[in-house]
Design a protein around this ligand. Structure first.
Ligand SMILES: O=C(O)c1ccccc1N[C@@H]1O[C@H](COP(=O)(O)O)[C@@H](O)[C@H]1O
Length: 197
């Protein structure tokens, strides 16, 4: 089970996620309580070993803004969240970073349909942090896809059993308040996700 921990902003939590075995770590560079500047993301990304994928998360920014932030931060993947057109992915193809498309279940759920390398299927109301009907997407996405939206250490096993994803992605479910990550919750999530696989 591939596990991404998203929305990190403190070195302590980056270290915890790496030590606990995260496969990918996300830095949010768009409007959010978890927002970090590209410069701050660069400081945090420098703490991440090569085998862990660093992901810059964007929502609604134009490709040139995304490109500039990706280059400053040095993230190795770019996540375009929400209703980005296919052209945004095409425009970023020459960036030399993995592309991640994050959408809700109403979208095209074929990983690669927008030339992306990874697909995330998120809640209908992205960012609510609320569990949703994970079972509704079971068998629909194809390729490398992660389930997101309202996951936490207590429900990730149920979510994995319901949707059978290739990976899982969490942000608010490992926080004690919006934007405030918790090391114990990060470790608990990784343990529970691995056990669920
Ligand atoms: O985490 C954020 O603040 C965020 C902001 C804007 C776009 C995406 C964001 N995060 C992504 O949202 C999903 C679900 O997160 P949650 O666990 O329900 O809080 C996940 O893909 C994050 O990468």
């Amino acid at each position: 089970m591939y596990v991404k921990i998203c929305g990190l902003s403190e070195p302590e939590h980056v270290a915890t996620a790496v030590e606990a075995g995260a496969d990918a770590i996300g830095f949010v560079m768009t409007r959010s309580p978890r927002r970090v500047t590209p410069e701050r993301a660069a400081e945090l990304a420098a703490l991440v070993p090569e085998h862990v994928l660093t992901v810059g998360v964007f929502r609604g920014e134009d490709p040139e803004t995304v490109r500039a932030a990706a280059l400053v931060s040095g993230v190795r993947a770019v996540q375009l969240h929400g209703k980005h057109p296919h052209g945004d992915f095409t425009a970023l193809k020459d960036l030399g970073r993995s592309l991640v498309r994050a959408v809700d279940a109403a979208a095209d759920l074929r990983c690669g349909a927008f030339d992306e390398d990874l697909l995330i299927v998120d809640a209908p109301h992205a960012g609510s942090g609320q569990p949703w009907d994970w079972a509704a997407v079971r068998g629909r996405p194809s390729g490398r896809w992660m389930l997101a939206g309202g996951l936490d250490p207590a429900n990730v096993a149920e979510a994995v059993a319901a949707a059978a994803p290739w990976g899982v992605d969490v942000s608010s479910g490992v926080e004690t308040a919006p934007g405030v990550k918790d090391s114990a919750l990060i470790t608990a999530f990784l343990t529970a996700a691995r056990r669920a696989a």
